[in-house]
Structure formats: structure tokens, C-alpha cells
Unconditional design. Structure first.
Lengths: 472, 263
């Protein structure tokens, strides 16, 4: 999808003024974090599992070439095919050619953030191939021509009423001309409409939560079972996954699954966990005739061995955004691209360029709540700070900020000068603020006083001045 | 003041106060409250004159060169003290968790940074965890709610300590917020770089504070306190905002943050 990350501040303005979005975010903030907390509490070894999950991913990243080749060997041995896609364009081309090779007219898709990353739908549509999103949330936003706003709950920005309106608008022509009000009725209607699309699909395309090197399996978790229909009914199953999704063994997958669902939704495990291991075998009753895995790099290998490598541990649970007060205030669309929240603030500059996404790693208070819940212990604030350092080196930091910082640091490195300046500031601010104890407006502090009063200093001098007097 | 075991085998005597730039400029009483609490617990408190700032404004803007220069200055200024104590989890965390990583290419300075990190503390955690203070012998008539500032909470594990000491204050009733651990939206320069987001965050915080019905808001970091006080006062709230050290040191009758001198 086209990035609007450069327009972050404008996006924020729209998000804060959108009452439907604010309603939805209010629910998200309470729901997800409370469920995760309870799930973690119920499992005494949860913290130890997070350590193991981190170690598994670190080990894999240290030997990524080995495990990817092992995975490829296994897939080929099963009768499947592996396609290496260095860039998003390569992945789009490979998938389009695969679809065209079976004269596909429709592709049933199960939610894949990597497909969003490479803008697959737009590409297929241009070639006359209709992609059909089968995840309920993805289906809703596909009808509305909106990008996902959350990596596991793509339509979380919408209220039930908005979904009801969308269904009425798009399903009336299929005979569903009654506006629904109950959640279950909406789900039932979507299920009915989607069922025929599964049966019609020529190709099923899914993402993968994990690729298991020892068996050549791709592993998917969903709560709707749509992935299972996407990959068993059509003739061809294409798995689209980025290279860091590979892990060594099924045993490792078991560890990661245990932290994934708990971190994401607070479930002990997702409703459906599906392993796809090659095409339909002779004795199988169903399954795809062809099984293809497209492995996307898209800049990830260049992160290996750098200070940003930890972000490749991410297992896309969404806990960081569920707990992020900035995401909770503005929602996912404000971030302007596929991946929102703290993990997006680290990954997006890597994938679309730091010039485009320079705001994202800056729009954080470094409150650290993301890191405190990350199932693979990614030090997200530290990585955001590294982006700020790169921006500072590249002179991308806004000029006013640089100048202010330069003046401050000139003084901060000269204690005697600093004392004189702070004594002066203290005197002036205390004097003019004395009557009210605070300022409603203050020159050069508009960012503060637009929304908040600014407390005046206590009268009587700075601490250091008063301490010197006390000692004298 | 009564203290109880367990205590560490060696009791730090000579303690340096890291005043923090906000306390120095805006609310010296927090510094004096810290001195009183430390002296009451048997420490000799000194205030190294060459201290300025911990360097976070530069660090969080991505200016590593300036951060290193300021950190080196702090390391010099606080050489030789048994402990370095800050009335702030944010500045305390900077010294104890972030300084060593600044000097990966300079083993000599790294060793000194690690040494400083090992003896740097947030004030309330130092009083409780290191000095074993259990009762501060203070009075405060009112109901208070306590906000957990982010760095203190998540980097330094400051959570139970202030509540334990507040429990020893006569007349004080603690009323917890629904989400005391959620950021108030200050974030240093964040609050002026992204004022709309910061405002949304502090607006939610002020609603959470109001819902407790408490008449006083306390926290351990002056930046967060100024942010929340500014928002509460703009909204016309009567909630008074103070640094937790002031209440613990028996200075709870001073004009609150953003309030004028009386009389």
C-alpha cells in the first residue's frame, strides 16, 4: 500500500477528531490488555516462556541462511515449490505468474500482513484476478477500501454500526437487504456470503505465522477457520511469508504458540492452528494439487547483524500496539502504512525509508509498556531511539528541535553558565507567574500551553542557589 | 523515623543528591524534601556543584555525541560518593540503565559509567530497598492517588515502595486509579513535539484521576507532575498535585504545583 507515514501529524489530527475511531479505541485499550494480563497470570511459567521464545528467535536469526535452506529442502522433498523474492515487486510478479499458470480468476486470501506490505491486491486486480479476503475483519475493510489498522484485528477501528452499514450497502444486491444490529447476525451473513467465494476460488493464498524448517510446514493460527478453507479447497495453495518467519522445529513452534495467543488476545491458544505440509498426497482426501511458498526478503536481510536486528524476532502478536498509549490515542491508520504501533515505528522506517517515516519512531514517550509485554522481549524503545539517532545523523531531525537542543547543550556542558541562565529563568518565570502560580500562555511554549497550564517555579531561587545559601 | 531489617551489609553514608534540572528550576522543595528524608535516615547528603542534567533531552533526540559529553560530566561530578540518589525515576534510570551503553567504544569510561550505574538510585526505592525505611513519621490530611511514572516503574521497579511509605503517613488515604501504570503523555520533548497526542493521553489520565475522588495526585517525577497538574488546572480541577517526596518529608502544606503562594 501507498505510505502516508510522512503525513503522520495530519493523520493524527483526523484520528483524534473521529468519534467512531475513538469509541473503538476506548474498547480496545481495556479489552486486549486486561485479557493478556489474565492469560499471563494463569500461566506461572509465562515469563520463562518469553525468555525461551526470545532465545529461539535469536538462535534462528543467527543461523537464518541454514534454516531457510533446510526449510526449502523439506518443501521440495514434499513435492512443493519455494520461490525466493528479494523485493516486493519480485513477490508480486511470482504470485501473479503462479495465478496465471492456472488461469485463476479469483484468489481466496486468508489474512496476510505481508500481502499488504507488497500491495498484492492492487496488483492482482490490475491483472483481472479478484482477491477475496476471507478473514472477517479483512473482508470488511476490503468492502470499504480501507487498509488494516491493526495487525491482528484489521477492522478494530470500526464500530458495529459502521460494519452494519457496510454490509447493507454491499450485500443488498445479494438479497440481504435488512440492516442487522446483532454481532452474531453480522457474522452469520458474512459467513454465508464468503462460503460461496471459497468454493469458487482457484487459488488460496495465506500468510504464515511460522515456517518450520525440520518439517517444511507452514503454520497458521486463526480464530475463524478461514485459513483452512483457503488452503484446502482451491487447486493451488500459495504461502506468502517473510524470511524471518522460519523457526527450527515443531518443538520451537509449540513454545512460540504458547506466548503468541496469550500475548495477542489473551487466549490460551487460537481457535485454529493449521500446519500445511506440502501438496495433497495420494492418500489425502483433500488438499491443493500445487503448494508454493514465496519467501520475501524486502530489506530484512540488511537488518541482520545491525543494531536493529532484534525487530526480526517479532511474531506479530500485536501486544505492543494493544498496550501503547500513542496507538490507543490515534489508532493504526495514523501510522500511514501496513505496520502500526511500536513494532511499526521500528519496522516501517526500515521498509519504506526513514525519510518517509521519520515521525514514527519520534512519536513515543518511551513509556516502555510495549517492551514490558513483548512475548519475544524486543527492546522497542531502544530501537526507536536508534532510529532517532540515525535521523539526527542524517539531519532529518526538525531544524527547530536541532537548534533548541544545540542551545541547551551548549549551556548544559558549562555548569557555571547553566547556573546563571537557570537562576535568571527561575527569577523571571517565578516573578510573572507569582499571582496565579501558573501560566495560561507562555512565549515559545505553545505546544504546552495550548492544552495545559504551565506551572510557575516556586519563588525563592533555584535549588542550587538556595542550597549554596544554606551551606554558607 | 523507625527502620527495620533487612538492610544491606554496608550502609551508604555519603550520599550525593542528583537534583534533576526540573527540580532545580521549578520546584526546589522536592530537592529539600529528598535531603530531609535522606538525612532522617542517617545519611550525609552532599550536592555536587558541577551537576547539570542527566542528558535525556539529547539522548532521546538521537544526539549521541552530546549525550556522551554530558554523561561524562555527570560521571566526573559524582565520583567517589557511596550512592547517587535522584528524586526522579526517569533521571535515576538514565544513570543506572542507560549510561554504560553510551561508552561501548571506551572501556575506561564504560567501567566508570558502570560503577556509577551500580550506585545510582531513585529516591523512594533507595529509602525503602537500601536504607530499609518503613515509616517516615509524616502526617497528611487527605486522600491521594499515586501515578506510576514510566521509567521508575518499568526500568527500576518502583511500585510498592512509595505505596508502602505512603501507608505510614498519618491521615493519608490512598485511592488507586484504574490504570496508574499508563503513561501520562509527558515524555520529555514528546509533549511539545506531538502536543495533540500528548493532550489525548493526559486527558485520559486526568479522567482516571478524577474518578478516584482523591484530592491530591502524587508521583515521583516532576516532569509527569507538571504535565498532569497543567492539564488538571486547565480543566478547572481542584485536585492538588505534589511530588511524593514532599508529602513523605512532611512538606505537604506547601502550595501545590501550579498554585500561587498564599497570603
Amino acid at each position: 500500500m501507498e505510505s502516508t507515514a510522512h503525513a503522520f501529524k495530519e493523520n493524527v489530527g483526523h484520528a483524534l477528531a473521529d468519534p467512531n475511531l475513538q469509541d473503538s479505541l476506548a474498547k480496545l485499550k481495556v479489552g486486549f490488555s486486561e485479557r493478556r494480563r489474565q492469560a499471563a497470570e494463569r500461566l506461572p511459567e509465562f515469563e520463562a516462556l518469553r525468555d525461551r521464545a526470545r532465545d529461539i528467535k535469536n538462535h534462528t536469526l543467527a543461523h537464518l541462511d541454514f534454516y531457510l535452506e533446510e526449510f526449502e529442502r523439506k518443501v521440495i522433498g514434499l513435492g512443493g515449490h519455494v520461490h525466493w523474492a528479494p523485493t516486493a515487486a519480485d513477490a508480486r510478479r511470482i504470485i501473479a505468474e503462479l495465478c496465471q499458470s492456472v488461469n485463476a480468476r479469483t484468489v481466496a486470501k486468508s489474512k496476510s500482513m505481508v500481502a499488504e506490505e507488497i500491495a498484492l491486491n492492487e496488483h492482482l486486480e490490475a491483472l483481472g484476478i479478484a482477491p477475496i479476503e476471507t478473514d472477517l475483519g479483512e473482508y470488511i475493510i476490503q468492502l470499504r477500501h480501507e487498509p488494516p489498522s491493526h495487525i491482528i484485528a484489521p477492522a478494530v477501528h470500526l464500530t458495529k454500526d459502521q460494519v452494519a452499514d457496510t454490509f447493507l450497502e454491499h450485500h443488498a444486491k445479494l438479497g440481504f437487504d435488512k440492516r442487522l444490529t446483532e454481532r452474531n447476525d453480522l457474522v452469520a451473513e458474512a459467513r454465508y456470503v464468503l462460503r460461496q467465494k471459497f468454493l469458487d476460488a482457484d487459488v488460496g493464498l495465506t500468510g504464515a505465522n511460522f515456517l518450520v524448517a525440520e518439517t517444511g510446514s507452514s503454520m497458521l493460527v486463526t480464530n475463524e477457520g478461514n485459513a483452512d478453507l483457503s488452503n484446502t479447497l482451491p487447486r493451488m495453495h500459495i504461502v506468502l511469508a517473510s524470511i524471518e518467519k522460519v523457526i527450527p522445529t515443531l518443538e520451537d513452534a509449540a513454545v512460540l504458540l504458547r506466548v503468541l495467543a496469550r500475548s495477542a488476545t489473551g487466549q490460551e491458544s487460537s481457535a485454529y492452528t493449521t500446519l500445511n505440509t506440502g501438496p495433497k498426497r495420494h492418500e489425502d482426501l483433500d488438499g491443493p494439487e500445487q503448494y508454493h511458498v514465496v519467501l520475501l526478503d524486502n530489506g530484512r536481510s540488511s537488518v541482520l547483524g545491525t543494531e536493529m536486528q532484534d525487530i526480526l524476532r517479532c511474531i506479530r502478536c500485536g501486544a505492543c500496539m494493544n498496550h501503547c498509549p500513542v496507538y490507543g490515542a490515534v489508532g493504526g491508520h495514523a501510522y500511514g502504512w501496513v505496520y502500526p504501533g511500536p513494532m511499526g515505528a521500528v519496522l516501517t522506517p526500515q521498509l519504506v525509508g526513514v525519510e518517509e517515516a521519520s515521525n514514527l519512531p519520534n512519536a513515543s514517550t518511551f513509556c516502555g509498556r510495549c517492551e514490558s509485554v513483548c512475548p519475544v522481549r524486543i527492546p522497542l524503545p531502544k530501537l526507536m531511539r536508534h532510529w532517532r539517532e540515525r535521523e539526527f545523523e542524517k539531519h532529518l531531525t526538525p531544524k527547530a528541535v536541532r537548534q533548541g537542543l544545540a542551545m541547551w547543550s551548549f549551556a548544559a556542558r558549562r555548569p557555571a553558565l547553566y547556573r546563571r541562565l537557570t537562576a535568571m529563568a527561575n527569577r523571571v518565570l517565578a516573578l510573572f507567574g507569582r499571582a496565579d502560580g501558573r501560566y495560561r500562555t507562555l512565549p515559545l511554549a505553545g505546544g504546552w500551553t495550548r492544552f495545559r497550564d504551565f506551572p510557575a517555579p516556586q519563588p525563592g531561587g533555584t535549588f542550587h542557589a538556595r542550597w549554596a545559601k544554606r551551606k554558607a | 523515623m523507625s527502620t527495620s531489617s533487612p538492610r544491606p551489609p554496608v550502609r551508604p553514608r555519603r550520599v550525593a543528591l542528583f537534583v534533576t534540572c526540573l527540580v532545580d528550576l521549578f520546584r526546589p522543595s522536592v530537592g529539600f524534601a529528598a535531603v530531609k528524608l535522606l538525612e532522617d535516615a542517617g545519611c550525609t547528603v552532599e550536592v555536587p556543584p558541577l551537576q547539570v542534567c542527566c542528558g535525556q533531552p539529547a539522548y532521546n533526540t538521537g544526539d549521541r555525541t552530546t549525550t556522551r559529553a554530558i554523561a561524562a560530566q555527570v560521571i566526573d561530578a559524582f565520583e567517589g560518593y557511596d550512592a547517587v540518589v535522584a528524586p526522579s525515576g526517569s533521571c535515576g534510570g538514565m544513570l543506572s540503565h542507560h549510561y554504560p551503553g553510551l561508552f561501548d567504544d571506551d572501556p575506561a569510561l564504560k567501567a566508570r559509567a558502570e560503577n556509577l550505574a551500580g550506585r545510582s538510585y531513585e529516591l523512594i526505592a533507595f529509602l525503602v530497598d537500601v536504607l530499609g525505611v518503613r515509616d517516615v513519621g509524616a502526617r497528611y490530611q487527605g486522600s491521594v492517588t499515586y501515578h506510576d511514572s514510566c521509567s521508575g516503574l518499568r526500568e527500576l521497579g518502583v511500585k510498592a515502595q512509595p505505596r508502602n511509605l505512603l501507608g505510614s503517613v498519618q491521615g493519608l488515604e490512598l485511592r488507586e486509579m484504574k490504570t496508574p501504570e499508563v503513561c501520562c503523555g509527558f515524555g520529555g520533548t514528546f509533549c511539545v513535539k506531538y502536543p495533540e497526542i500528548s493532550n489525548a493521553m493526559v486527558g485520559e489520565k486526568s479522567a482516571d484521576i478524577a474518578a478516584t475522588g482523591a484530592d491530591t495526585l502524587l508521583a515521583g517525577d516532576l516532569g509527569c507532575l507538571m504535565n498532569m497538574a497543567g492539564k488538571l488546572q486547565r480543566e478547572g480541577s481542584a485536585v492538588r498535585v505534589r511530588h511524593v517526596a514532599e508529602v513523605l518529608a512532611g512538606m505537604g502544606d506547601l502550595p501545590a504545583i501550579g498554585e500561587p503562594e498564599r497570603g
